[in-house]
Write a protein that binds this ligand. Structure first.
Ligand code: MSP
Length: 512
């Protein structure tokens, strides 16, 4: 069985500071990457920055900076964010790197060779903010300015010589490809939008610009720079050392298993990208998942509304695992989701402090006080004990399926419910009373609940790696034990080993 897994985030425009939308794409991808790892996969996880194009060139000009110098400064803030978010990425690619130029040049040359590129003149609407071309029927008039209907960003008229990619020739082939790969685009609602769009017939796509310079020059014609999306999308193979198709990384990890992206950039990933690849005789990725928008107090985050939530600020005040948990729990992947500080605080208090955190704390404290801090030796298990652990072991295949369908939201709800039930088991079986009446039974109950803490922690690891590592070490286990297989190992915890209670994992947040 193929146990390699390649997952990517979008590469971010370093045109400003990273915000919560960027953090969200990255956290989602990291949760899946970490889950696949603990399920025994060799994972390659890529993120990075998308540094060419008119949008970046103009931002640099506004700041009186050379574009490369401007990107160097801002790309660092995105790289730093990978550390702050505790991402497990293997690589961070920048499209201004040499390795990427080689890869884009090869894709371009292949498209020329296959006869999919021709020279003509482009005239039409362009949004610099989206780096996208729009048709007349995709534009609305808003006062004196024209805007793209889908994104609301301003468009400007462009007329210039341009190379075109024969996208029109790919409509039927793409439809066949979607048909053969029914899970290529997820969620299904978005897939239908894409299919309807392609069914209307695709127009050829302008893939070079002559009116500005900040990009990768077209091979053999450096009057043109390559359209930023053809440049950017290619990052996913550049990082695997394409065009060295015999390279170990490329052979092991291409085609990608999953591109995590926002819904606003689905057309580029679900239409252009597979068309470019098919034309260049490269296998398309296996799946593109378009997540929804993060809304702040029900509105799209924007500078003018002043409702941008800064991930760094929130992490500083509440903790990185807390933010990771909250985003995954609150927003159903694929749909838009509203977030607020009030809900974040409630989530931390209810799910983390009062539920999972409390479970760990009360059980470990009890063992410290009553069992000399040692894992107790269990006696015979009763039905209620077996039912408790089977609740998780029997559901494990379903949980794996949830992640494979990118249903992170249902996954997290199931897992936190295990924690709720374990707290109930502890309350109902009252080990503090058993201490006086039946020590053997108390030990069995404590062993069972420790085993639940172990399993729940492993399941929570992809979401809250820091906190879970602490719990795992409290149980006298190591990082090496954080694998899904260990959930079925009922003897992992060794009686007599020392339990360390540690600090409180999640502090309750007082309301202001
Ligand atoms: N550079 C392109 C992607 C190229 S991928 C080959 C780009 N960059 S971006 O910085 O503008 O956006 C990156 C990602 O952040 C997109 O997937 C976008 O959907 C996501 N988000 C930006 N704002 C967002 C929200 N408010 N909510 C959720 N995600 C959104 O597009």
């Amino acid at each position: 069985m193929d146990k390699n897994y390649y997952i990517t985030t979008p590469i971010y425009y370093p045109s400003g500071k990273p915000h919560m939308g960027h953090a969200y794409s990255s956290i989602v991808a990291d949760v899946i990457a970490r889950f696949k790892k603990i399920n025994g996969y060799q994972v390659y996880f890529l993120t990075g920055t998308d540094e060419h194009g008119l949008k970046i060139q103009r931002e640099a000009e506004k700041n009186n900076k050379d574009p490369k110098e401007f990107c160097d400064e801002l790309s660092i803030t995105f790289k730093n964010l990978t550390k702050t978010l505790n991402l497990s990425n293997n690589d961070f690619i920048r499209t201004t790197e040499k390795r990427h130029f080689a890869s884009v040049n090869e894709v371009w040359s292949r498209l020329v060779k296959s006869g999919d590129i021709y020279l003509d003149k482009y005239s039409g609407w362009y949004s610099v903010s989206d780096e996208a071309y729009y048709d007349e029927d995709e534009i609305i008039q808003d006062g004196a300015i024209k805007k793209a209907k889908s994104s609301g960003s301003k468009v400007e008229w462009v007329e210039e010589e341009s190379f075109f990619f024969k996208l029109s020739a790919w409509s039927d082939k793409l439809l066949k490809f979607y048909d053969k790969n029914p899970k290529f685009i997820l969620p299904i609602s978005r897939k239908n939008e894409v299919i309807n769009f392609v069914k209307k017939g695709l127009k050829d796509l302008s893939v070079s610009r002559t009116s500005f310079k900040w990009g990768i020059p077209v091979p053999k014609n450096n009057k043109h720079v390559i359209y930023v999306w053809l440049d950017a999308l290619t990052n996913y193979i550049s990082a695997l050392n394409f065009p060295k198709t015999n390279d170990k990384l490329y052979k092991s990890f291409w085609p990608a298993d999953l591109h995590i992206i926002g819904k606003d950039i689905l057309r580029f990933h679900a239409i252009y990208w597979p068309a470019f690849l098919l034309a260049a005789k490269i296998e398309p990725p296996k799946r593109v998942f378009g997540h929804g928008w993060i809304l702040s107090d029900d509105k799209k985050m924007s500078k003018s509304l002043g409702n941008i939530l800064d991930p760094l600020e929130i992490i500083k005040n509440y903790g990185v695992d807390q933010l990771r948990y909250y985003l995954i729990k609150e927003v159903s992947l694929g749909n838009d989701g509203s977030i607020s500080l009030l809900n974040l605080k409630n989530c931390i208090n209810n799910d983390l402090a009062n539920n999972y955190g409390n479970l760990c704390q009360r059980v470990l404290s009890f063992i410290e006080k009553n069992c000399e801090s040692k894992i107790p030796q269990p006696g015979k298990f009763e039905k209620i004990d077996v039912d408790l652990s089977e609740d998780i072991t029997k559901k494990l295949p379903k949980l794996i399926e949830m992640i494979d369908n990118q249903d992170l939201n249902t996954y997290i709800k199931e897992v936190i419910n295990f924690s709720f039930k374990s707290n109930k088991y502890f309350n109902d079986l009252e080990p503090w009373k058993l201490k006086k009446t039946n020590i053997k039974r108390m030990n069995t109950v404590l062993y069972c609940i420790l085993n639940q803490i172990k399993s729940i922690s492993i399941l929570l690891f992809p979401i809250m790696p820091n906190s879970v590592e602490k719990t795992i070490s409290s149980l006298s286990l190591t990082k090496k034990n954080i694998f899904l297989d260990e959930i079925n190992n009922q003897n992992l915890l060794k009686p007599g080993n020392i339990i360390k209670k540690g600090e409180i994992l999640f502090k309750k947040i007082e309301s202001d």
